[in-house]
Design a protein around this ligand. Structure first.
Ligand SMILES: C[S@@+](CC[C@H](N)C(=O)[O-])C[C@H]1O[C@@H](n2cnc3c(N)ncnc32)[C@H](O)[C@@H]1O
Length: 286
């Protein structure tokens, strides 16, 4: 028997309905799929957007999104959390240098995919360490994100000087062997990274929720991105990485992430103390 609800029934969670409709609108209008994102944090970001857009509720935001495609990038940027820092989690960078670079060095051409590169902090950090190891000229790096605005910022390579000053100790902890000042030009309180660091980098839009494999890589970095996904979407991303990696290729995720909940994925821990994994076997597309 169907339960009839009165219009002001308190059990009807309006916000829940509005979020569903917002997600549906993003998917059907623009192809962005947020269905498998963690609900609580997505809701927080959507509510932040309502304030930024000066609208009263999520339904009004949805109407704006549907009828104002010019504001789509702003919406994606607001949903994307492009928080990062140079040489974030330096012990992981150090392990990449000592445990993964020797593997990379055994190939004449090296392909690296950085998925969810945000404003490029990780791209420049890795490019510096690869340069110092003499590997950069052999590298082709794909730095991808779902947010076009993030990619534009990443390509510019301009950051507050203070961010780099704070990164100096992390650079040394990561195994950096020079002075960070060699890699940028300072002007007033801004720093612009040397263009050489992105000579071999292709910045491109790629959505882990909807796009497919586009290269064969020796190393994939996807740090602090899957924390926003539910188990199903994490699984999708991991399948993409497994199909992308060469045999025994490496996957590096965020320090606060792990693959324990996904016992059946074809990765094994390369270093039990760090979030670096290795592909166990070749993987076929499903
Ligand atoms: C917190 S930042 C991580 C930045 C960097 N990897 C790090 O660890 O410092 C998360 C990034 O993931 C991106 N992102 C979120 N969902 C994505 C998706 N479905 N496909 C591709 N990128 C996504 C966001 O746009 C954001 O730039």
């Amino acid at each position: 028997m169907a339960v009839q609800m009165t219009p002001d029934d308190a059990s009807v969670d309006l916000e829940e309905i509005e979020i569903d409709l917002f997600i549906e609108a993003m998917l059907r209008r623009y192809g962005y799929d947020f269905r498998d994102y963690g609900r609580a944090s997505l809701t927080r970001r959507v509510l932040n957007l309502t304030r930024r857009f000066g609208v009263r509720n999520i339904s009004e935001l949805t109407a704006q999104v549907l009828h104002t495609p010019q504001r789509l990038e702003e919406v994606i940027s607001g949903l994307s959390v492009p928080v990062s820092e140079f040489f974030r989690d330096p012990l992981t960078f150090r392990a990449l240098k000592t445990q993964v670079f020797p593997f990379l060095a055994s190939f004449p051409q090296i392909t690296i995919w950085q998925a969810g590169c945000a404003h490029g902090e990780e791209v420049y950090s890795l490019a510096i360490l690869l340069t110092e190891a003499g590997l950069y000229p052999r590298c082709r790096i794909f730095a991808t994100d779902m947010s076009q605005q993030a990619l534009v910022e990443a390509r510019k390579g301009i950051v507050p000087l203070g961010d780099i000053r704070q990164a100096s100790s992390r650079y040394l902890e990561s195994g950096g062997g020079r002075s960070l000042s060699q890699y940028f030009h300072a002007r007033y309180d801004l720093a612009k990274f040397d263009e050489k660091l992105i000579e071999n980098v292709t910045f491109a839009r790629h959505n882990l929720a909807t796009d497919g494999v586009f290269c064969e890589a020796h190393l994939v970095l996807c740090r602090n991105v899957m924390i926003y996904f539910n188990d199903q979407l994490q699984r999708r991303a991991l399948q993409l990485f497994a199909e992308t990696l060469v045999r025994s290729g490496f996957l590096c995720i965020g320090d606060r992430e792990n693959l324990h909940v996904h016992a059946d994925v074809p990765f094994e821990h390369a270093d039990k103390t760090l979030p670096i994994y290795r592909l166990r076997r070749a993987v076929d597309a499903p």
